[in-house]
Design a protein around this ligand. Structure first.
Ligand SMILES: [Zn+2]
Length: 497
């Protein structure tokens, strides 16, 4: 593998001897690292600001990683190597050098106006992957130091993963100050007037009013302003057709407070029975029912007693385990499953729809499997729900451990109606949870409630019926032709930046 190629941009405040020595020092250092590199000093032109200098320098940069260094080199030179390593390893698309590990409280207003992660004005050290540099620096408009604010804003707009690199010292010149609110408002106005290139569209409603609302290890969570959905920025391509992205491996650490899969068998069975009772009211005995994502076969075991049950799961061990219970379960994805029998009367998806990368494709396939008037029963998170909104910040990693797109109630209704379904019933989803699980969860979050919780739980039934902020939807396949949403999609690419 060839060494990574790095372009170092060195915007010069003037033509001073200091700049020449900085350049020599950077070159000396980079020679020891084994990187292929070019150092590009950018002389200031008459009346030209920092931002304009960066854009001019970027045109000359050829590296796969682009670093913007300070001519005065106030930090140890090895920080440049660290920044390159962070980009090169894929840990971040954008790195901001900073003298502090957290945010500067003086910039509170700027954070509120723009984005949560701003560069440190005292440190001009920044590193970008080539793609991130071309988009953020290339799209920036402000001429002076406030261009840094614009870069932070655009990094968020285009969904780049931003990390901080803590360096001990800062420079003497600051790129922007806490009073740069005017610049921040200018950035907002340019954005409002569509002055920047549009971001990649929302996969649900195709709006380009999308935003990064959080970062989890290795990925960025995007949020759509229009439909309120949350989705993973980068969905691994080889898993694109899979309906269930659940890895069956060694049991998870039981002490993991966010894992809700280890509540007892009794609670899960009661949930399955409750779901079946709901379906029984809608279907006649002996109806043909398909479950997508069978997990442990819990629902299948109870459903097979009354209905002609078929299950699919993309995980081989899950399918095998369910078959061992005597169920008709195939190891298949929604895309690869071929129904050899008659069309289904109902299809159930319990927290599986969130795992599908393309909701339109999935709903189209489900529609093909259903008979006209057939029922779709799905449970999923509700990003408009109060419980979800209250816990979103804390549970970001957990929410996206297995999920790719989380839907809001209104978006899901619109999605189903556009895909040829008619909503029959929608409401909060209730599941049984045992006391041990509830205690664990509550005490983990609010330890002071421990003493209060014990006597309360003692008088409540075990397992207890609770809602986790999810919704359950029952929809009917319409008989008529559907809106051809795929032809709309071909005009409006969602996943091409
Ligand atoms: Zn949307």
């Amino acid at each position: 593998m060839s060494a990574p190629c790095v372009s170092i941009l060195l915007p010069l405040p003037g033509s001073t001897g200091e700049a020449a020595s900085a350049r020599a020092a950077i070159e000396r250092y980079l020679e020891t690292t084994g990187f292929t590199f070019d150092v590009i000093p950018i002389e200031a032109r008459e009346g030209e600001g920092y931002g304009a200098q960066l854009r001019r320098g970027l045109a000359e940069a050829r590296g796969a990683t682009i670093v913007i260094a300070d001519a005065e080199l106030p930090y140890p030179i090895s920080a440049i190597g660290d920044a390159v390593a962070m980009i090169d390893s894929g840990a971040a698309d954008v790195v901001f050098g900073s003298t502090r590990s957290g945010e500067d409280p003086r910039n509170l207003l700027l954070h509120w106006t723009l984005v949560p992660i701003l560069p440190d004005p005292a440190v001009r050290l920044k590193a970008f992957s080539e793609h991130a540099a071309r988009l953020t620096i290339g799209e920036s408009k402000l001429p002076g130091g406030a261009c840094d604010l614009e870069l932070a804003f655009l990094a968020n707009k285009y969904g780049f993963r931003v990390e901080r690199l803590t360096v001990p010292n800062g420079g003497t010149t600051r790129s922007f100050s806490a009073t740069s609110l005017v610049s921040a408002i200018r950035v907002r106005l340019i954005n409002r007037n569509m002055g920047y290139r549009a971001a990649r569209r929302c996969p649900v409603c195709f709006s380009n009013e999308v935003w990064s609302c959080g970062q989890i290890p290795d990925n960025v969570i995007r949020c759509c302003k229009r439909c309120k959905c949350r989705y993973l920025n980068r969905i691994v391509a080889d898993e694109d057709t899979g309906p269930v992205r659940r890895e069956i491996g060694a049991p998870r650490d039981v002490s993991d407070p966010f894992d809700d899969t280890h509540h007892s068998r009794g609670a899960r069975d009661k949930t399955s029975v409750r779901r079946l009772a709901y379906l029984r009211r809608q279907l006649t005995a002996g109806a043909r029912v398909l479950e997508v994502g069978v997990r442990d076969g819990g629902f299948g075991s109870v459903a097979a007693r009354e209905f002609e049950y078929v299950g699919i799961d993309r995980a081989q061990p899950a399918a095998r385990g369910a078959r061992a219970k005597g169920l008709e379960v195939y190891c298949a994805t929604l895309g690869s499953f071929v129904n050899t029998g008659p069309a289904f009367d109902a299809i159930a998806l319990f927290h599986v729809f969130e795992n599908m990368a393309d909701p339109y494709d999935a709903l189209g396939r489900l529609k093909d499997l259903l008979k006209p008037g057939g029922l779709l029963f799905l449970t999923t998170f509700d990003t408009e729900g109060i419980l979800y909104l209250m816990t979103e910040g804390r549970r970001m990693v957990e929410n996206f451990r297995n999920h790719r797109i989380l839907y809001s109630r209104s978006a899901l209704i619109e999605l189903l109606e556009h895909s040829g379904y008619e909503i029959l019933d929608i409401g909060p989803d209730f599941e049984f949870r045992d006391h041990k699980f509830l205690r664990h969860r509550v005490i983990n979050r609010w330890p002071y409630l421990a003493a209060l919780l014990r006597p309360i739980l003692r008088i409540l039934p075990n397992p207890l019926l609770v809602t986790s902020g999810s919704m359950s939807i029952l929809a009917k396949r319409r008989a008529g032709p559907t809106v051809d949403i795929r032809s709309i999609r071909s005009v409006e690419p969602t996943h091409a930046r």
